[in-house]
Design a binder for this molecule. Structure first.
Ligand code: AMP
Length: 458
């Protein structure tokens, strides 16, 4: 059976080597296969005699045809081989192996307690578990691993004096927590950066800009299902809340929050169909709007709700998502706030626009992807050097540049950036933004470039 989880820990000797050896030994047990293992994370020793060295901890998932008792006995034998003597509770140890879950099996004998009685209270178990199985439902709390870990961390944060951990922002797993905290702080100016997480340098450039212009900076991390028109894309979308919180803290953000769809739209009772959408309006028509039906309504709906929760003075968006900046400007105009600040696109040295989805590219497609920027640059060269102004001709230049790239363009067109039209303009332009969407394997990438202006560096 699968769904068998074992926690590993070591705080003596060559910890990493011991843990790796233990994984090999577990995998060599008859009837046991190691399906995956987390990275090893370092944590301070909890309880036990004072002055213990820190632990390395991780988890593995197994497929196992042994019984739970047989597996436990085999794990104890491995511990013993590595010199562990189970005497002093919480004392230092070369190797600690705990059986966390054995599928849905429950047991409460003196020898075997399943699920492991303290697993949902331990960050050093939940953090590596969240890396592999964030959506696994925990048997005691009924929460997913991710939610349980966030709740545990929030409880720790609330118990700590503010800024006890250098550069760590306040983290809230729900928008309600963030709203309360903001209401108590009442900053003179509040900068807000909405994101879907898996943050990279592009996002951080927005946070730094917000930092330089406001007393307080808030970041939201929410992979918004309403703006995904492709369920697979939503599932595959990279997630790393813990890494995101750390990164935005270092960039100067004081508050980061997340939540579920039901947290953001409690009036819907968690039912997606009952959420009243904020229509994106004319800026949502054409190009992204045409290729991703419903996408911009999803963006407008969450952005409006995020603005209502955070009530920022300024909100920061990336030029990388050009059409989105038009949609959110319309939302802000309708609400009467905040000021929308559009920041330059941050690029890799190859010209490739930074994107969370780049992490999903195969090495081969990562090599191809900069051809998108190259195609935008050829349109700019045609505009500048040959005086080309006809949208059709600029489209042809870009499509030619993408020919043979191994990328599949969905569109490569120009628009007047100040007068959005759903369709390609049929007249010559005085100002132009070139926009491309292309697929690199299963990954859809977008980028754009002003043809009439220099791109300022991010
Ligand atoms: P996302 O997490 O993709 O929803 O992006 C959150 C915000 O970061 C949006 O305003 C994006 O436009 C912006 N952003 C994403 N990638 C970049 C980039 N490479 N440069 C600048 N801003 C970006």
């Amino acid at each position: 059976m699968g769904g068998v989880w074992v926690a590993l820990g070591a705080n003596l000797g060559e910890r990493e080597r011991t843990l790796n050896a233990a994984v090999r030994e577990i995998g060599a047990l008859p009837g046991v296969r190691v399906l995956r293992r987390s990275s090893w994370i370092e944590t301070e020793a909890l309880g036990g005699p004072p002055g213990q060295p820190p632990y390395l901890n991780g988890v593995v998932e197994l497929e196992c045809s042994l019984s739970a008792a047989e597996l436990l006995a085999a794990l104890h034998a491995i511990e013993a081989r590595h010199g562990r003597v189970r005497e002093v509770r919480n004392a230092a140890r070369t190797l600690d192996l705990d059986l966390l879950l054995f599928g849905a099996q429950r047991s409460s004998t003196a020898e075997l307690e399943l699920p492991h009685p303290r697993m949902e209270e331990r960050e050093f178990v939940l953090a590596p578990l969240a890396e592999l199985a964030p959506d696994l439902l925990l048997p005691v709390s009924g929460l997913t691993v991710r939610r349980r870990l966030e709740a545990l961390r929030r409880a720790c944060n609330e118990a700590l004096p503010r800024h006890a951990a250098a550069d760590m922002p306040q983290v809230f797993a729900t928008p309600a927590g963030a709203r309360e905290w903001l209401a108590a702080r009442r900053p003179s100016s509040l900068g807000f950066v909405p994101t879907m997480g898996a943050l990279h340098e592009g996002h951080l450039s927005l946070v730094r800009r917000a930092r330089s212009e406001n007393e307080l900076v808030c970041v939201s991390v929410f992979v918004n299902p309403l703006q995904f028109n492709d369920a697979k894309d939503f599932e595959r979308y990279p997630r790393d809340f813990e890494g995101d919180a750390r990164a935005v803290g270092e960039a100067g953000c004081e508050l980061v929050f997340s939540g579920t769809l039901a947290d953001f739209f409690p009036e819907s009772g968690g039912a997606r169909e009952s959420i009243v959408a904020a229509p994106a309006g004319p800026a949502g028509l054409g190009l992204e709007g045409a290729f991703r039906p419903g996408h911009f309504d999803g963006v407008a709906t969450i952005v409006e709700r995020l603005f209502e929760i955070v009530r920022p003075n300024r909100a920061y968006f990336g030029a990388k998502d050009f059409q989105q900046t038009l949609v959110v400007r319309d939302v802000a105009r309708r609400l009467g706030y905040p000021q929308i600040v559009v920041c330059p696109t941050s690029r890799e040295a190859s010209g490739l626009a930074r994107s969370s989805r780049n992490a999903l590219l195969s090495p081969e497609n990562l090599e191809r992807a900069p051809r998108i920027y190259a195609a935008l640059c050829s349109a700019r060269a045609a505009w500048r050097e040959r005086g080309v102004r006809a949208p059709r001709e600029l489209r042809a230049v870009m499509l030619r540049a993408l020919d043979g790239s191994g990328l599949e363009p969905e569109y490569a067109q120009v628009r007047d950036p100040e007068r959005w039209t759903a369709d390609e303009p049929s007249f010559e332009l005085e100002r132009a933004v070139a926009l491309i969407a292309a697929r690199a394997g299963a990954v859809r990438l977008i980028d754009n470039l002003r043809l009439d202006l220099d791109e300022s560096p991010a």
